[in-house]
Design a protein around this ligand. Structure first.
Ligand SMILES: *[C@@H]1O[C@H](CO)[C@@H](O)[C@H](O)[C@H]1NC(C)=O
Ligand SMILES: *[C@@H]1O[C@H](CO)[C@@H](O)[C@H](O)[C@H]1NC(C)=O
Ligand SMILES: *[C@@H]1O[C@H](CO)[C@@H](O)[C@H](O)[C@H]1NC(C)=O
Ligand SMILES: [Fe+2]
Length: 490
């Protein structure tokens, strides 16, 4: 009798417990809103006389040296630099051993005005016909003022080539920006995917706009003279300032940061693609026309068809405005581009989309919202194994500060979000697997905070599919864990 009662009580307890557990699972999205907020230093720009912006010594010494990929497949680099006193030499000397420059390439020089600012002499030089996976040394400038740097070419385009990308956005020129650059440089990253908003020079007026573009070029040289930075443009590159009579969009940016757009059959430097090691990287412009039949739309349609996942299994899209963002800052600004391009991202199984713009960090689950049309009711994002992971890294550290207000409750599609400065790395291990990290800037240290293994959408899946067929399994194994809310709907 007593014993029965006891058993009944235990059963009741178990029932209660499972009810509590189940309802917890039911109501809770698995997304995490990190309470951690780390703003480190005040959001003010580093003063111009700080050593971070030091002008190299010597008459007409090259400054603001930076490189980017110069062709489609990584056998060329575009080298840029600025000289102030005179046009100077257009020549890049280069070779595979230090201080012994066997080859030369000749570039172009240009200058421009912005209100009452006149730029220095901006040099661009394409160095091509390089060997893969080789360290090159190069020298720019004349005589005693010449300066020497080096870079490493990527391995040949190959499905299993490992490669490590850094992802940086919304950088600016504060002490936080400097911290982000220093942390990236210690991360082992080999190339930066830059998701827009470079110098924030447009926060200044008149002559200082150009001055701050120059300062930023000197700030990033410590990395960008040695590692290619793959550029995407943001709103702070538009520089539309009618009060000064400056109304040509992207004027300073386009003069200073060239891209290899023609190599991918693009007709505009603001959108293009490059292939590097095992990755096919598509750069989009959030601030150029992209609706159906515009040049960007037509180019992207064709570029997706040129992607060969057997050669470049990793398909990465970078752009400025995020498509999935649950921060109050810039909420829904990506909707127009989502409406136009999201179905292609799903159809072509893009692995990951990196964006910036929002000054915080956020990562989504694999979700899509492509079933909506104006005449049906399907208007919410659903779990979708063919969809990319969307990652926002607008947290480089510019003078506008952090976007600290996330929408509450956290939407089901949002996996992790935190308002701190930092940068990400994507370390491709082979055709099937990559390891991703978001690294928070923390008291001058780089702290890996959000990380996961990214399984390739093409190879990861076919391999998995084969395995599933072999084992006669019916279950779909998720690439990235889905929120509970989504699992129910599957
Ligand atoms: C560019 O440089 C040339 C040669 O020094 C100079 O004559 C010209 O005025 C400059 N252009 C602008 C827009 O300042
Ligand atoms: C540029 O113009 C601004 C505003 O008119 C003025 O205050 C400034 O002194 C000028 N600077 C130079 C270098 O001409
Ligand atoms: C929109 O949804 C309705 C209802 O499901 C469907 O009949 C129609 O074909 C859809 N239209 C488009 C363009 O997909
Ligand atoms: Fe922005």
């Amino acid at each position: 009798m007593w014993k029965d009662k006891g058993t009944g009580f235990v059963l009741l307890l178990l029932q209660l417990l499972s009810f509590v557990l189940l309802s917890f699972v039911d109501s809770g999205s698995a997304g995490v809103t990190s309470k951690f907020v780390r703003s480190e230093w005040p959001s003010t720009d580093i003063p111009l006389d700080n050593e971070a912006f030091v002008v190299p010594k010597g008459y007409n010494a090259p400054q603001q040296v930076h490189i980017t990929q110069g062709d489609y497949d990584g056998k060329a680099v575009l080298i840029s630099w600025v000289t102030v006193e005179a046009p100077g030499s257009n020549i890049v000397q280069y070779g595979t051993s230090e201080n012994k420059y066997e080859f030369t390439a000749s570039g172009t020089v240009t200058n421009y005005t912005f209100y009452n600012y006149t730029s220095g002499y901006i040099h661009h030089c394409l160095v091509d016909g390089l060997k893969y996976d080789t360290k090159y040394f190069y020298k720019v400038g004349d005589g005693d003022s010449a300066r020497a740097f080096s870079f490493q070419t990527p391995p040949e385009v190959d499905p299993n080539a490992p490669y490590k990308f850094g992802i940086i956005g919304d950088l600016g020129q504060t002490y936080n920006s400097l911290s982000t650059i220093e942390h990236y440089m210690r991360s082992g990253g080999q190339t930066v995917l830059f998701v827009g908003d470079l110098s924030y020079a447009d926060r200044y007026q008149y002559h200082d706009v150009g001055v701050r573009w120059d300062a930023w070029g000197r700030l990033i040289e410590q990395s960008a003279a040695y590692h290619p930075w793959i550029w995407a443009a943001g709103n702070h590159e538009i520089d539309y300032m009618p009060y000064m009579g400056e109304v040509i969009p992207f004027k300073s940016y386009l003069q200073r940061y060239p891209t290899p757009y023609a190599a991918s059959k693009s007709t505009n430097p603001l959108w293009y693609a490059v292939r590097r090691a095992s990755a096919h990287i598509i750069v989009l412009s959030s601030y150029s026309p992209f609706v159906k039949y515009t040049p960007q739309w037509m180019w992207l349609r064709d570029e997706f068809e040129r992607v060969d996942r057997k050669k470049t299994p990793w398909l990465i899209v970078i752009m400025h405005v995020p498509i999935y963002n649950s921060n109050e800052g810039h909420f829904m600004e990506g909707e127009s581009m989502r409406a136009v391009f999201e179905s292609w991202f799903v159809h072509y199984k893009v692995d990951v989309v990196f964006a910036g713009h929002v000054h915080a960090y956020e990562r989504s689950y694999r979700i899509s919202n492509i079933h909506y049309n104006v005449s049906n009711g399907d208007r919410y994002p659903v779990a979708d194994n063919s969809a990319p992971v969307y990652i926002t890294v607008g947290d480089g550290g510019n003078q506008e500060g952090l976007a600290g207000r996330f929408r509450d409750p956290q939407p089901d599609y949002s996996a992790f979000r935190e308002a701190s400065y930092g940068h990400s790395t994507l370390e491709i291990k082979n055709r099937a697997r990559a390891v991703y990290h978001w690294n928070r800037n923390d008291d001058g240290k780089r702290v890996p905070t959000d990380s996961f293994t990214l399984h390739n959408q093409y190879w990861g899946r076919t391999k998995r599919r084969r395995k599933l067929e072999k084992n006669h399994l019916r279950t779909v194994i998720e690439q990235v864990p889905l929120a509970d809310g989504f699992r129910k709907r599957l």
